[in-house]
Design a protein around this ligand. Structure first.
Ligand SMILES: NC(=O)c1ccc[n+]([C@@H]2O[C@H](COP(=O)([O-])OP(=O)(O)OC[C@H]3O[C@@H](n4cnc5c(N)ncnc54)[C@H](OP(=O)(O)O)[C@@H]3O)[C@@H](O)[C@H]2O)c1
Length: 354
């Protein structure tokens, strides 16, 4: 095998994506090398390129949603062998960890097996968006918040969802049809929240209802203003809203979401907070990454749970829009994502394709 692989590179800060080559990495102790069959595209990937954020080492390889097969295992790795189908969230801290190349490296402890019912493309829709939802809703304080919601996880990796009561707390998901929003809805349903009100385009209403949304507020008819969203939510329930998840991350979304919260409620924001919190309501910006040392323990819990959750259908992947054309196609897909032309699906590319 050649020791070079193809990669999609950002050669300098805010430089364009270009096709290039890199050495195939070797695994360090505790690491696996994964042959990347499918790579999910996320907004952060184009934001790193366009805004020059998060990454300082160039040329850079970005992309964080990986599904593929184990190519090699490092010293001390147990439970994986060459050919195993796996999915994982890579960090974008080092080029060897990027998804938009043919082979990448990941810690074995943050790598999960793909169950037989999922394709590589379906598996590649999960890690980043699911982690944003899972960390935002369930990571223990003080990591992302002080919520005291029902715990659907176990540190040993076995779900305790079957043992919890149905809490029937109301929740609102702004951007319900986004990749993140779809996993938020499913996790809220698993935890027993009700009603679950999604703010989204109604063309996705049937799908969002199948995931667990009890109501879909049509975003073309309901303005994203504090007064309009509050009135629309009040028409559905007069119970105090315990949680709003903002998967849109605009100032409008955050202000409107904050306005519908009941006393003691929490707004989880899939990005930077743009609002000032009053003492009786909590604002939780999320870093949905398993990799920082502060996030590893909960990351391991997610990894221990996720294979079973998708195997038995408690969590279903996003609907996939395949991106043809290998790494060049991924570049085009990122431009489409940046133009806001992706609706209710996850773009998935294939670095091994010509
Ligand atoms: N903090 C983290 O760890 C983390 C992780 C992942 C993502 N994020 C962030 O979370 C956000 C969502 O990411 P994603 O991957 O889920 O995005 P995405 O799937 O690409 O988002 C596209 C969706 O957003 C919906 N949308 C856009 N504007 C909306 C609005 N005003 N109201 C309601 N829905 C709206 C669109 O709905 P329709 O076309 O159906 O109307 C579309 O389905 C991004 O800002 C991303 O950077 C953060």
């Amino acid at each position: 095998m050649s020791h070079a692989q193809k990669a999609l590179l950002i050669e300098s800060k805010q430089g364009p994506f270009v096709l290039g080559t890199r050495p195939i990495p070797t695994p360090g102790a505790g690491e696996v090398v994964v042959k990347v069959h499918a790579a999910g595209l996320n907004p952060v990937d184009w934001k790193i390129q366009a805004y020059g954020i998060f990454v300082e080492d160039f040329p850079a390889v970005v992309g964080s949603d990986v599904a593929g097969e184990i190519e090699a295992v490092g010293q001390g790795v147990e439970g994986f062998q060459k050919g195993d189908r796996v999915f994982l969230q890579g960090p974008f801290t080092d080029n060897k960890n990027g998804a938009f190349q043919q082979y990448m490296v990941n810690p074995a402890e943050l790598t999960a097996k793909i169950p037989a019912n999922l394709s590589y493309s379906e598996a590649a829709t999960i890690p980043v968006a699911f982690n944003c939802a899972a960390f935002g809703l369930f990571a223990p304080a003080p990591l992302v918040g002080t919520q005291n919601f029902p715990d659907i996880w176990s540190g040993e990796g076995a779900l305790v969802i079957y043992h919890i009561a149905i809490y029937a707390w109301p929740a609102v998901v702004i951007g319900g049809s986004s990749s993140v929003g779809q996993y938020v809805i499913q996790l809220l349903k698993l935890a027993g929240f009700s009603p679950i009100i999604a703010y989204a385009s109604t063309r996705h209403a049937a799908h969002l209802t199948s995931l667990g949304a009890t109501h879909v507020l049509d975003r073309t008819n309901t303005l994203l203003t504090p007064a309009a969203l509050h009135a629309a939510v009040q028409a559905i329930t007069s119970a105090p809203i315990s949680i709003v998840f903002d998967a849109v991350c605009s100032a409008d979304a955050q202000q409107s979401g904050y306005a519908v919260l009941g006393p003691g409620g929490t707004i989880v924001i899939a990005g930077r907070s743009l609002i000032e919190a009053a003492p009786e309501r909590t604002v939780v910006p999320v870093l949905g990454s398993e990799h920082p040392p502060t996030h590893r323990a909960f990351g391991r819990v997610v990894v221990a749970n996720i294979t079973g959750m998708v195997a038995d259908g408690r969590i279903v992947p996003n609907r996939v829009e395949e991106v043809p054309g290998g790494l060049a196609g991924i570049k085009e897909g990122l431009a489409k994502l940046q133009r806001g032309e992706v609706s209710g699906v996850k773009l998935v590319g294939h670095p091994l394709e010509a």
